[in-house]
Design a protein around this ligand. Structure first.
Ligand code: ARG
Length: 459
């Protein structure tokens, strides 16, 4: 089969070279975007009188028939035609004859492929933001439905101070809303049109880039043709944002893995989101949460892969740039899968309220409040810290918690203790005492929930 670029060649391409250099195995994902770009390009060629309008119409018809076949999954691709761009162009010429060869007027695969990538990523990033918003919604709904549930708060993975489960979940809503902001910001750099840059220097034809940008809905146009064909920052930015987002997912999934263990027992994940063991009949494993955690590895890898591809690359297009695709596709798919599953996992998980009511009583996480109590009775904080430290030590040696101590035992440690001390160390009092902006007190968390709902609707 002859190549679209075969004119100056006297020999067939080596088979291994064909296989090694072909990208059709993966860039066929760009088929619809490629045709969209071509439709806009040919409309412009006709409108600017660069090719006769009737030729432009024929090409448009041909492209639309190919598009229908792509959508129906009827198109077969050939490795000999190297990539999606030449596969489609070959089909076009096959279907409408030599006039199909006019489509590539004033265009290069270099500005063509860059345009496809911008179109693809713009669409996918918008969908990822929507999936992220759904995860945020699932967290907000779960928080809303469990506003009375208190869980241990940790530092160093040691019990620190109790918090509302809703407060803990809203911390993740905070992370995800920053992720969504980052992706929205990246869209500004994705939403730029490269087409019209030609191979690297522009084109000799009187093209109208504004018309193409309008047709494809691009907000801006690359102002330098060399930058247009060699820029992959917009993909790097997406991969960086995706890496940070994946990192957040690993933190949450790690908590789900811990929370669903016998040791914690804070939540029960739904059977539909867990799997069993081939040998141990009792097992119910949080595979989905683990796998999302594990898949962060490939996303970070994709970021480093592309950073390395781009490092030291001279201007303008180099074949190295073809390596920009698989990592991007893989990251998009990993994010889509992870986010969709996480939303379902959150919505179906059961919060073990009764167990948590017991769990939060069995620690010293109300000790800070006891120190603050003495401070309010005018004792310097450092001294209060020492007194309560001793009190905790006393409890540990006597296998008691602070709520178990008698008034006598309190008085032995400080004369300042009165009977109101029991109210102060009640777990719900402890939570609600942190009534500052951003704190875990019920009224604060209710306000935070409302703010979070607003953030989600604005996405
Ligand atoms: N398949 C190529 C890629 O993905 C398309 C651009 C090829 N351009 C070229 N000058 N060989 O990068």
């Amino acid at each position: 089969m002859s190549k679209l670029w075969g004119g100056r060649f006297t020999k067939q391409t080596d088979k291994l070279v064909e296989e090694f250099t072909a990208s059709i195995g993966f860039d066929q994902k760009l088929a619809v975007d490629d045709i969209r770009g071509s439709l806009a390009h040919v409309k412009m060629l006709g409108a600017c009188g660069i090719i006769p309008q009737e030729d432009a119409d024929k090409i448009r018809e041909g492209l639309l028939s190919i598009l229908a076949d792509v959508r129906a999954g009827r198109l077969e691709y050939a490795v000999e035609n190297e990539d999606i761009h030449m596969n489609i162009e070959k089909y076009l010429i096959e279907r409408i004859g030599p006039v199909g060869g006019k489509l590539h007027t004033g265009r290069s695969r270099n500005d063509q492929v860059a345009t496809d990538m911008h179109l693809y990523l713009r669409r996918e990033v918008k969908q990822i933001i929507a999936l992220l918003a759904d995860v945020m919604q699932a967290l907000v709904d779960t928080a809303d439905a469990h506003l009375d549930v208190v869980i241990p708060g940790y530092t160093h993975l040691q019990r620190a101070q109790p918090v509302l489960l809703a407060h803990h979940l809203l911390a993740y809503v905070g992370m995800f809303s920053r992720d969504a902001e980052r992706l929205q910001d990246a869209l500004k750099r994705i939403d730029i049109l490269p087409l019209g840059a030609g191979a690297l220097a522009g084109t000799t034809f009187p093209i109208d880039r504004q018309l193409v940008a309008k047709e494809l809905g691009f907000a801006r146009i690359y102002e330098n043709s060399m930058d247009a064909v060699s820029d992959r920052d917009f993909i790097l930015e997406f991969l960086s944002d995706a890496s940070i987002l994946m990192m957040h997912l690993t933190r949450f999934c790690e908590e789900l893995v811990m929370w669903s263990s016998t040791e914690f027992g804070f939540v029960e994940l739904d059977d539909a989101y867990c799997t069993g063991s081939s040998i141990m009949p009792q097992k119910k494993n949080p595979d989905v949460a683990e796998l999302i955690r594990g898949k962060s590895g490939r996303v970070y890898g994709n970021l480093f892969g592309l950073l390395t591809v781009l490092k030291s690359l001279p201007l303008a297009y180099n074949k190295d740039l073809q390596e920009d695709k698989e990592g991007m596709f893989d990251t998009v798919e990993t994010l889509r899968g992870s986010l969709a599953l996480l939303a379902g996992m959150i919505r179906t998980m059961e919060v073990r309220k009764e167990r948590l009511q017991q769990v939060v009583k069995e620690d010293f996480s109300n000790a800070t409040d006891l120190a603050d109590y003495l401070v309010r009775k005018n004792m310097p904080f450092r001294q209060a810290h020492e007194v309560i430290g001793k009190l905790v030590l006393y409890c540990i040696s006597n296998r008691k918690f602070l709520t178990d101590l008698s008034m006598d035992e309190y008085k032995q440690h400080s004369e300042l203790f009165e009977s109101d001390v029991y109210q102060v160390i009640d777990i719900r009092t402890v939570v609600d005492a942190r009534n500052v902006l951003g704190g875990t007190a019920g009224p604060q968390v209710r306000q935070a929930l409302e703010r979070a709902k607003g953030q989600i609707t604005s996405l």
